[in-house]
Design a protein around this ligand. Structure first.
Ligand code: ADP
Ligand code: MG
Length: 698
């Protein structure tokens, strides 16, 4: 067994602050043997923490050499240094540096997590150490509920869980009372076996007295270095022998007296002169060599830690997310509404027209009454009904384009008024099919058609001109023949042809009309279809109606429906999208800012993770992943808001909402891009954090 775990020679370190350079360590050399518990005393600012950070591979000395477990650390890469921190070095700090959102168990488990051990192995080891420290009952407790002593015990458990060879404690009892201090020192002694070395920076002479060896630092140098009485019990004799008593320099604090008084223990002055001892046991070097350490699944751990942190910070991150929520919501809303609007027909006029077909009989001679009735009951007519997409079929027979309509002097009106209107014979369902609305009375029925009743339904405009009252028993004269008014209808304005018409049962005609025909000029079959089916139906209908002679009918194909796409100005759309992009950018800056603040706020946590052995790249991945996850969560909220928005706007406008995969995908892509962009800078900042400066007690 090599005698020394730590062999440091001629270490010096200086810091530049502005113009001045402070030399913090000055040519300091020290060897520390396995099994030793070493106290470092010294006034504040004498370089204790700086030394500890160099020994813990958290920072590098400017000059000198440092051999850890027989391995020259100068040859190590940053990743290898992280590996050694994870497997070989444990840290305990005055400020505990526990991760608040994790339970006791999860805090202790973290180094094992970084090592990538199996769940069973992690649980086994954590259970064992918690039991040893009397923390079993607090295993699932939140860190916030722990007392100071419990927190330090958790930190000790975490430092020991990886079974390090070098334990570095920076004022571990600085914020504990006497009793807890004793407990901590007992634990440190208990855990320091023959394979380990422990270094305790302390101001407490009582603590120092219970260590094997005391180093006193003064202005970056070792002012004193001697073994205490305890050394005899703990330290191998080869090391202990190298102590020889000498007079203390007069300008130094008489530590011996303080220690002796505090612990009523004889304290020999001792100076250790063992720097030249550098014999190395090859077996130990092999055993501890960084090359033999298992590789860590660092990026996987980083991702799971990112998930953990994000989930535990959802509420805290809600405001951060708000920017993304608003940005994504407005972007998706714009894209979605544009799609929705584009899909809508410009006006109800077009809506109706697009679903409305008219088949006209091309024959010159007008059909007789019986021919008309036959047609309306024919198989062909029924087949048109059956066509896919057909919602209604009516037969319409224009008797005249301008017949004389007169109110009767016998039943209403002071004087007779003449109106010219087109007269339409029709099947009873004409009002429904053409979309007219009865405002008074009723339409005619099959009975009226059957019997050839002289009843009429007049349009509002005709009724108004004639002054027809809304009461029963009113007659009008159509070309001099008397018809009973049974209803008044508000015509569908989309059907120009029928504007201001009067409707009588199919096959009926005023007796004054010429000829034995029905008097029909145009026989038309009016078809309404489902949206989008009109063109298909237009092709099929003549064949359905008259398979032998489909050419007898011409079909008026509805005009290509105008959509609202044209109504929404391209410029307006561009404006809307530009505005959402701006909102998104603001959202991204918000996220970036919050994460920058969070990184500064969490620099101790980041420092701790680095100290525990996470490599800087792992920190980068974790912070970037946290930002991305936060952004994605905001994106999901934003998309939900947008979908609701699109639905509400559509509902109010009687539109069919169109929420396509593309719309949603555009939101997710934007959210991911925002998250990644916003995350890069904070993640880089986090990865560059210097753990040495963030973990110091003050
Ligand atoms: P101690 O732990 O003994 O109190 P430190 O090792 O923490 O002392 O610090 C020694 C000196 O080095 C102090 O004056 C401190 O201000 C300075 N120092 C430590 N770290 C840095 C740093 N990263 N940058 C600049 N100065 C530093
Ligand atoms: Mg310090």
């Amino acid at each position: 067994m090599s005698a020394y775990s730590v062999q440091a020679q001629n270490l010096s370190k200086s810091f530049t602050q502005g113009d001045s350079t402070i030399s913090v360590l000055k040519d300091l050399s020290v060897n520390i043997g396995y099994g030793e518990v070493v106290a470092i005393l010294g006034p504040s600012g004498s370089g204790k923490s700086t030394l500890l950070n160099i020994l813990g591979l958290l920072s590098e000395s400017d000059t000198g050499s440092y051999i850890l477990n027989g391995q020259n650390t100068a040859e190590l890469s940053a990743v290898q240094r992280a590996q050694l921190r994870l497997h070989r070095i444990g840290f305990i700090f005055q400020a505990f540096h526990l991760i608040d959102h994790k339970s006791v168990r999860k805090n202790v488990e973290l180094p094992l997590e970084y090592m990538g051990l199996s769940r069973a192995e992690k649980t086994r080891r954590v259970d064992a150490i918690l039991q040893r420290l009397g923390l079993t009952h607090r295993a699932e407790a939140s860190i916030k509920t722990l007392s100071g002593g419990e927190k330090q015990r958790v930190a000790i458990a975490r430092a020991f869980i990886a079974e390090p060879t070098l334990l570095l404690c920076d004022e571990p009892t600085g914020s504990l009372d006497e009793e807890l201090t004793q407990e901590v020192i007992n634990l440190l002694r208990e855990f320091t076996g023959q394979q380990q070395s422990t270094i305790v920076v302390t101001h407490d002479p009582v603590v120092a007295a219970q260590c094997d060896r005391v180093l006193r630092m003064h202005e970056g140098r070792l002012a004193e270095d001697y073994y205490t009485e305890r050394a005899g019990q703990q330290v191998s004799s080869t090391v202990a022998k190298k102590v020889h008593v000498e007079e203390a320099p007069t300008d130094q604090i008489p530590l011996r007296e303080i220690l002796a008084a505090a612990y009523s223990m004889p304290m020999p002055y001792g100076r250790v002169e063992n720097y030249q001892v550098a014999h190395t046991d090859t077996r130990v070097v092999q055993q501890h060599a960084v090359q033999n350490l298992p590789s860590t699944p660092w990026w996987r751990v980083s991702l799971s830690e990112a998930w953990d942190a994000t989930v535990h910070r959802v509420r805290r991150n809600l405001f951060t997310m708000l920017g993304v929520i608003l940005g994504i919501a407005s972007l998706v809303l714009t894209v979605g509404l544009t799609a929705t609007i584009s899909g809508q027909l410009a006006e109800s006029f077009d809506v109706f027209r697009a679903r409305h077909l008219v088949m006209t009989d091309t024959r010159k001679e007008a059909p007789t009454r019986s021919q008309l009735l036959e047609l309306s009951r024919s198989e062909g007519y029924e087949r048109v009904h059956q066509l896919n997409g057909v919602t209604g079929v009516a037969l319409l027979n224009q008797l005249s384009e301008g017949s004389d309509i007169q109110n009767g002097p016998d039943n209403f009106g002071e004087r007779s008024v003449n109106v010219t209107a087109s007269v339409l014979g029709a099947t009873p369902n004409v009002f429904e099919v053409e979309g007219h609305t009865l405002t008074y009375g009723r339409g005619f029925d099959e009975g009226h058609v059957e019997r050839g009743d002289k009843v009429v339904v007049v349009s509002e405009s005709v009724a108004k001109k004639l002054g027809i009252p809304r009461e029963e028993g009113i007659n009008v004269y159509i070309q001099g023949d008397m018809f009973r008014v049974i209803g008044i209808v508000q015509e569908n304005p989309s059907i120009a042809l029928s504007y201001g018409a009067v409707y009588i049962p199919l096959g009926v005609k005023p007796s004054t009309m010429d000829g034995n025909s029905s008097g029909a000029k145009h026989t038309q079959i009016v078809i309404t279809t489902q949206a989008g089916a009109a063109n298909q139906v237009a092709e099929e209908a003549p064949y359905a109606l008259s398979p032998e002679k489909p050419s007898r009918y011409t079909v008026g194909v509805p005009p290509e429906p105008k959509t609202l796409r044209e109504a929404v100005d391209t410029q307006q759309r561009t404006m809307l999208i530009a505005m959402s992009v701006i909102t998104l950018i603001i959202g991204a800056m918000g996220i970036m800012n919050t994460f920058l603040v969070a990184v500064i706020e969490r620099r101790r946590e980041v420092g701790l993770r680095l100290a525990l052995g996470m490599r800087p790249a792992g920190i980068l991945v974790q912070i970037a992943a946290e930002t991305l996850l936060t952004s994605i969560m905001g994106t999901i909220f934003g998309i939900v808001v947008a979908i609701n928005g699109i639905s509400i706007v559509s509902l109010m406008n009687h539109w069919t909402p169109i929420i396509s995969t593309e719309t949603i995908a555009s939101g997710f892509i934007a959210g991911a891009v925002v998250g990644l962009l916003a995350g890069i800078y904070p993640a880089l900042r986090a990865a560059r954090i210097d753990p040495a400066t963030t973990l110091a007690a003050g």
